[in-house]
Design a protein around this ligand. Structure first.
Ligand code: ATR
Length: 279
């Protein structure tokens, strides 16, 4: 029997137990996925060492421990190292190996919804934001063959720190320039927390004077499912890509790392959407 879990704070309302239990059902694996809330007050090292004694087969890490976990790992995979954050740990014969599945999960979700985008020779993406999520997505887009990956961020230096790490063609721009240039990209990906509940009326950029075009507008926020940015984009006829699908596919990749099995995803998107709408 497999034992998986999640550490973070606060995580009482996490959707990961539902997702992974669904994967176990779908792949006929006997197991459990529990949440282990770790209060940030007090020494993390003592708590994580006590958690180690539980000997789970694998676990996820969320806010605020994605960086803090790193010194406690025996190995960190190349991508997680480049991102500087770990969201998945596999217990391999007592050794903890850290991964980051966010970027690959994002790209998988985009591919599942827009497969044709991935057969284009020239693929252009613009990322809004330059935090941990942006780093992961940038790396995965490069691996997926995107030829241009630009970043628009409030703090220019943070965006430059990301593009320095990679070889792909990239420019950094202020958020104010995005609207005028949006039609030059195949996909524009919002990775900041701006627009997340309870500030759902906010948007990192305004889409006002834009002609409809083929650009996909994507937001990794999933609460609300349709963010203010996506509502604006919808009004102007853009194709949309929703954040809850990234949540599903980053979990799919984590599950694969733990079990070696890729769970089928049919109807997961719609089922998760219903759960989120009921909240
Ligand atoms: P995560 O690791 O989840 O991606 P993060 O590291 O806190 O989160 O990154 C947050 C990103 O959102 C940053 O790029 C941040 O911009 P700065 O680099 O200028 O700090 C961006 N961000 C957060 N709040 C913002 C706001 N109100 N306006 C513009 N950008 C914002």
């Amino acid at each position: 029997m497999y034992r998986f879990g999640l550490i973070g704070y606060p995580i009482a309302h996490s959707l990961s137990p539902w997702i992974h239990k669904e994967f176990m059902k779908r792949t006929h694996i006997d197991g459990d996925y529990e949440i282990y809330e770790i209060n940030p007050e007090g020494a993390f090292s003592e708590k994580i060492n006590a958690f180690r004694q539980k000997e789970l087969h694998g676990f996820n890490i969320t806010v605020p421990y994605k960086q803090k976990i790193i010194p406690f790992l025996d190995e960190v995979d190349y991508t997680a190292k480049a991102i500087g954050a770990v969201n998945t740990v596999r217990n391999k014969d007592g050794k903890w190996i850290g991964y980051n599945t966010d970027g690959i999960g994002y790209v998988r979700s985009l591919k599942s919804k827009y497969p044709r985008l991935f057969s284009k020779a020239d693929r252009r993406a613009l990322i809004l934001g330059a935090g941990g999520a942006a780093r992961g997505i940038y790396a995965a887009l490069q691996d997926a063959g995107f030829t241009t990956i630009d970043i628009a961020n409030r703090t220019k230096e943070k965006a430059l720190d990301i593009i320095r790490l990679y070889q792909v063609q990239s420019q950094v721009m202020p958020l104010e320039s995005v609207e005028k240039q949006i039609d030059q990209y195949d996909v524009v990906i919002q990775t900041t927390s701006v627009g997340m509940k309870p500030y759902a009326d906010k948007s990192i950029i305004e889409i006002k004077n834009t002609k409809p075009n083929d650009t996909i507008v994507s937001d990794i926020i999933y609460q609300p499912i349709e963010t203010n940015l996506l509502t604006q984009a919808k009004c102007y006829g853009f194709s949309l890509h929703f954040g809850h699908t990234m949540l599903l596919y980053q979990a799919q990749y984590a599950y694969e790392i733990w079990t070696g099995i890729k769970p089928p995803m049919e109807r997961m998107d719609q089922e998760l959407q219903l759960i989120l709408e009921g909240r």
